[in-house]
Design a protein around this ligand. Structure first.
Ligand SMILES: Cc1ncc(COP(=O)(O)O)c(C=O)c1O
Length: 342
């Protein structure tokens, strides 16, 4: 039985055409600043997002953490959403690398409201930490790939301006937000001082993320990247895969979104699954497990059925569609699941 891997959109393998682009890439030493393919990727991406500059980094985690470090001083306070990747899955990076105090704000679907931000900004006096930076996530992973509402993003920007707060986006899956919302990448990224975006998720590249912001900010990030040990040499081979991923694979995200919605529609009527279809915006499904099952027992049954999924809490299990999953694979998943659950 074929293993159908819905654990994450990070599991995709480079296609032959992508591998050819990697082999054909013109290379240099990027730490010395002369890898033409990396420079091309950075300029191309900066232009796409209408930011002054971009920096190629090995991972989304490094992209986020370098941005936080380059923006802040020890003891400053970061406001972010309780389920965000930056705090939950980056090994305590804000504390370890930047010595930030983190204030986690609770939301229903991933978007912190302008009012929540306003009421969380501490008064400036000798007793309080300085509230200095806000980080959002779009799409929001642990909230099921939701596209955060752009009108609220803009309202938060007004509060950031009022209180001189730095505004960062973890845009690992901003490409999905772009395809689902119809807003351009430049529109989606305009409010933020910095972004980290990933090529190794839905776009299907093997490695690579970019930090984006002003030229001055990106120069600071370049220094931080070296400090993190993230300076890479002939990384044009990876950058070539990333350019290929943006140019060839972005429009295919629409298929992933349709497949995710289709799977959610099929799982939802089954006895042990509860999925709020209204919140399936992109390629991630977080199913609530109810009744006589929990996420671990479902995970074990899915493993026997050769279907990859990840439990994200005792009552939730995650499925992610991606470039290497076809509609036929989803039909196969449904057939296997229906043979066990009714
Ligand atoms: C929302 C989000 N941000 C950041 C990352 C980090 O990316 P990486 O695994 O490349 O460090 C991920 C990874 O899945 C993610 O889902």
């Amino acid at each position: 039985m074929k293993f159908i891997d819905l654990r994450s959109d990070t599991v995709t393998k480079p296609s032959d055409a992508m591998k050819k682009a990697m082999c054909d890439a013109e290379l240099g030493d990027d730490v010395l600043g002369d890898d033409p393919t990396v420079t091309q990727l950075e300029k191309f991406t900066a232009n796409l997002f209408n930011k002054e500059a971009a920096l190629f980094v090995p991972s989304g985690t490094m992209g986020n953490q370098i941005c936080l470090k380059a923006h802040t001083q020890p003891g400053w306070e970061l406001l972010c959403e309780r389920e965000c990747h930056v705090v939950n899955y980056e090994v305590g990076g804000p504390a370890v690398h930047s010595q930030l105090l983190v204030n986690l704000l609770t939301t229903d679907h991933g978007m912190i409201s302008a009012e929540q931000i306003r009421s969380s900004v501490r008064p400036v006096n000798i007793h309080c930490p300085l509230t200095k930076i806000v980080s959002l996530e779009n799409t929001h992973n642990r909230h099921g790939g939701t596209v955060i509402p752009h009108d609220e993003v803009l309202r938060v920007k007004e509060v950031c301006d009022e209180f001189s707060l730095i505004y960062h986006l973890d845009g690992a899956r901003i490409w999905n937000a772009h395809i689902a919302s119809g807003l351009s990448l430049a529109e989606l990224s305009a409010p933020y001082d910095s972004l980290s975006v990933c090529l190794s998720k839905g776009l299907g590249a093997p490695v690579g993320s970019l930090a984006l912001g002003t030229e001055e900010f990106i120069e600071k990030c370049r220094r931080e990247r070296k400090l993190f040990g993230g300076g890479m040499r002939q990384s044009g081979m990876l950058a070539a895969a990333d350019l290929f991923a943006i140019e060839q694979n972005m429009s295919k995200l629409e298929i992933d979104h349709a497949n995710a919605y289709y799977l959610a529609e099929k799982l939802n009527p089954l006895e042990n699954f509860e999925i709020d279809l209204e919140w399936i915006h992109t390629n991630i499904i977080i199913a609530n497990i109810v009744g006589n099952e929990n996420s671990q027992s479902v995970f074990e049954k899915f493993t026997e059925l050769q279907i990859g999924a990840i439990p994200t809490s005792p009552t939730k299990i995650r499925f992610v569609t991606h470039l290497d999953i076809s509609k036929k694979d989803i039909d196969e998943v449904v057939e296997r699941v229906v043979s066990v659950y009714s």
